[in-house]
Design a protein around this ligand. Structure first.
Ligand SMILES: Nc1nc2c(ncn2[C@@H]2O[C@H](COP(=O)(O)OP(=O)(O)OP(=O)(O)O)[C@@H](O)[C@H]2O)c(=O)[nH]1
Ligand SMILES: [Mg+2]
Length: 174
């Protein structure tokens, strides 16, 4: 049996739990919310398990972006396939927090990442290229518009992450 981790993170209430719930066959989450960090926001931590094909599972680890969770990220970078940062299109106030979160994760790991732009609600995609610019992200495919409540949309976002990983591997082995 092969297991790989994917960290799902992002600012408070951006849609992390919903993304994991939509994709996973099983979800474990802490029975109570945990209040940590400067914000005082209370968090639930969850792990979802998604079967990719027989004998191959992804563990989707839902972790808050708060710095206090750094030590958990450090444990999970072992066997890490990549990370997903959820950004709520309606909470642009979270831009700086998201930038710093990406920076901290990039310092920990060079595995691929995607930013999932959630809650666009049928608005068109200029917001994706704006977000890419605002976050200082270099690659087009790294910002993915996604309705985290929709399974096929969430799967597309995860596939975008996998495809970036495959491209990186090809580059390394070329
Ligand atoms: N309309 C709409 N509501 C959403 C969407 N995604 C999440 N929600 C709702 O927004 C709230 C927050 O979503 P969560 O998935 O719990 O967000 P989270 O990032 O896990 O939040 P914390 O763990 O508290 O930081 C929940 O009440 C969800 O039902 C979405 O795409 N559209
Ligand atoms: Mg949550």
């Amino acid at each position: 049996m092969k297991l790989m981790n994917v960290i799902v993170t992002g600012p408070p209430s951006s849609g992390k739990s919903m993304f994991i719930k939509t994709l996973s066959e099983h979800v474990f989450h802490t029975p109570e919310q945990i209040a940590v960090g400067k914000s005082g926001h209370a968090y639930t931590i969850e792990f979802g398990r998604m079967s990719v094909r027989p004998g191959f599972f992804l563990y989707l680890a839902g972790l808050p972006g708060d710095e206090s969770f750094q030590f958990v990220w450090e444990r999970l970078v072992d066997g890490l396939l990549g990370f997903v940062v959820i950004f709520d299109a309606k909470s642009r106030a979270h831009m700086d927090e998201t930038k710093s979160l990406i920076k901290r994760l990039k310092n920990l790991t060079d595995t691929p990442f995607v930013v999932v732009l959630n809650r666009l609600e049928n608005r068109q995609a200029p917001e994706a290229s704006e977000l890419k610019k605002d976050l200082g992200i270099s690659r087009e495919e790294q910002v993915v518009c996604c309705d985290v409540q929709d399974k096929s949309s969430a799967k597309q976002a995860l596939n975008a992450l996998l495809n970036i990983g495959i491209k990186q591997l090809k580059k390394v082995s070329a």
